[in-house]
Design a protein around this ligand. Structure first.
Ligand code: NAD
Ligand code: IPM
Ligand code: MN
Length: 368
């Protein structure tokens, strides 16, 4: 048995399609690089609702807690959109994040040289771009109490969500961001709306206090609305961005388009380190289940494959293997193989499966 316990939750829509390619690559690493994983599969999201009536069973939750890493595809889709809130597919994912205490969500936006032209921005604005968004993932308005929909005496209904952050929640995610900045360009931009929200003001004050321990990092603060604008005006001004759950969700989708497609963006969600330095972790693409292209072998599997690479790097300290996979992805794209979302004139249009084929071929070439 392997000491690397992996739980794979492919989910819904294009989730299983992109995860199939990930499994092929895992098998390649086992056969060709001597790695060994003990892989099990589970259900999350709509597929779990269909089988068990809930988006995540307690058994699967327990397996996730016990795993060294969880790989997730995507959840959700029109079939389940009208279910009561508490059993929607998305709740399964949110429970995983919350119960595993994955407070730091790393969303790198890296522009492949060959894709600089696929961005909706001018090539020179995004060429060589490498930014890291650190999104707080277990707090804020996603989980704050009170929440719900109430009936008011006057016949109106009222929807309530609450934005809350405590000092310790701010400190732990900011620390992850400061540490990452230290290994990169030593610049951190903290993003909130301290001008209108008390939780934002607290965020700014606490990040500023923590900066005392990270004097070598250049810290700046920015309002979230300005940050959205700056990301499309001059994205290369950023190195690491740290922000709350909701702003991080929006800003990372925005950053995705800088790279050419949402189908290119991986993510890692990390918990606190234990005594041995090990963290609970879940890896997933930033994109969703893409109902508009699901079941057609059209999805770009690179976001999910790059999430596998983040897993190799962050959970198993397999930097060389992660570099190999990243390089294979770069080469395949540079070689002109493109799924529809990143297709350009003169390139070869490939399906999800064919993209997987090309990645395996590139790995074979690079491994010799
Ligand atoms: P989405 O990310 O699924 O799709 C947005 C657009 O991007 C679509 O046009 C889609 O075709 C395209 N796209 C996304 N991934 C792609 C890929 N790998 N290759 C090519 N094109 C890709 O977002 P949405 O449409 O707003 O949401 C659909 C469902 O997914 C909803 O139920 C939503 O809740 C869910 N969702 C889940 C996650 C997740 O599981 N982490 C993330 C976002 C949305
Ligand atoms: C994401 C998604 C999720 C989020 C949804 C599906 C719960 O949009 O991972 O970015 O809002 O966090
Ligand atoms: Mn999102």
């Amino acid at each position: 048995a392997s000491n690397k316990k992996l739980l794979i939750l492919a989910g819904d829509g294009i989730g299983p399609e992109v995860m199939t390619q990930v499994k092929r690559v895992i098998t390649w690493f086992e056969k060709r690089q001597g790695l060994s994983f003990s892989v099990s599969d589970g259900l999350v999201g709509g597929c779990s609702i269909d089988k068990h009536g809930v988006p995540l069973t307690d058994e699967t939750m327990a397996e996730a807690m016990d795993a060294d890493a969880v790989l997730l595809g995507a959840v959700g889709g029109p079939k389940w959109d009208n279910l009561p809130f508490e059993i929607k597919p998305e709740r399964g994912l949110l429970r995983l994040r919350k119960d595993m205490e994955l407070f730091a969500n790393l969303r790198p936006a890296l522009v492949f040289d060959a894709l600089a032209e696929a961005s909706s921005l001018k090539t020179e604005l995004v060429e060589g771009l490498d930014i890291m968004i650190v999104r707080e993932l277990t707090g804020g308005v996603y989980f704050g109490q009170p929440r719900g929909i109430e009936n008011l005496p006057n016949g109106e209904r009222r929807g309530v969500n609450t934005q809350v952050y405590t000092t310790s929640e701010i400190h732990r995610v900011a620390r992850v961001a400061f540490e990452l900045a230290r290994k990169r360009g030593r610049k951190l931009c903290s993003v909130e709306k301290a001008n209108v929200m008390e939780s934002g003001l607290l965020w700014r004050e606490e990040v500023t206090k923590l900066h005392g321990e990270y004097k070598d990092i250049e810290l700046s603060h920015m309002y979230a609305d300005n940050c959205a604008m700056q990301l499309v005006r001059q994205p290369k001004q950023f190195d690491v961005i740290v922000t709350d759950n909701l702003f991080g969700d929006l800003l990372s989708d925005c950053a995705a388009m800088l790279t050419g497609s949402l189908g290119m963006l991986p993510s890692a969600s990390l918990g606190a380190a234990d005594a041995n330095g090990k963290r609970r972790a879940l890896y997933e693409p930033v994109h969703g289940s893409a109902p508009d292209i699901a079941g057609k072998d059209l999805a770009n599997p690179l976001a999910c494959l790059l999430s596998l690479s983040m897993m190799l790097r962050y959970s198993f300290d397999l930097g060389k293997e992660a570099d190999l996979l990243d390089k294979a992805a770069q080469e395949v794209v540079a070689g002109g193989f493109r799924t529809g979302d990143i297709m350009a004139p003169g390139c070869t249009k490939v399906s999800t499966t064919q993209m997987g084929d090309e990645i395996l071929k590139a790995l074979d070439r690079l491994a010799v």
